[in-house]
Design a protein around this ligand. Structure first.
Ligand SMILES: Nc1ncnc2c1ncn2[C@@H]1O[C@H](COP(=O)(O)OP(=O)(O)OP(=O)(O)O)[C@@H](O)[C@H]1O
Ligand SMILES: [Mg+2]
Length: 150
């Protein structure tokens, strides 16, 4: 499995959703052809679709979401999903991956139950990886997923 290909598939899934909201999807930037350690590519794509879907859901129109590949050294390969959306308060970050948790900035009108990220975390960790987030309210969010090389 090549992370670049998984990212491209996830982008294909959400291309029209982004377009409907006038959000531009850019990338994946950076070329990393390293092979990932074996795993379930369908589950990984579903996890990436969740993260990218959140980025779309929590961003206003006329913003950009960038996918970026990066070398994470001994940890493996990283994929960052960087949005220019509503952001997440620092006080919410520790609970972000808990089932049913929705952050304070969350607009009640947006459908969802708060299960997406707990699924994502479970899938990534099952593959020996990790997920981390940096964010600034009103500026945007950067989800970094790191997966081990083969
Ligand atoms: N890219 C993002 N920008 C801002 N807030 C985010 C972003 N991604 C997640 N969040 C916040 O984290 C919360 C949890 O995300 P999660 O995907 O688990 O749930 P959800 O999107 O609300 O519902 P579901 O994924 O189950 O449909 C969201 O409700 C939202 O408040
Ligand atoms: Mg979600």
């Amino acid at each position: 499995m090549v992370l670049q290909d998984l990212a491209a598939e996830a982008m294909d899934c959400l291309w029209s959703a982004a377009e409907r909201q006038s959000i531009e999807l850019v990338g994946p930037e950076g070329t990393l052809e390293d092979t990932l350690s074996c795993g379930n590519s369908d589950m990984l794509i579903r996890a990436l679709v969740n993260v990218l879907g959140n980025a779309i859901k929590y961003s206003p129109p006329h913003t950009t979401i960038t996918l970026r590949l990066a070398d994470a050294g001994a940890e493996g390969i990283a994929l960052h999903v960087v949005d220019q959306g509503i952001g997440i308060a620092e006080s919410d970050l520790p609970r972000l991956f808990d089932p049913f948790f929705q952050a304070a900035e969350h607009d009640g009108a947006k459908a969802g139950v708060g299960l997406g990220l707990s699924f994502v975390k479970a899938v990534i960790e099952r593959h020996g990886g990790s997920i981390r987030v940096t964010s600034e309210v009103g500026r945007g969010t950067d989800f970094g997923i790191v997966l081990p090389r083969a």
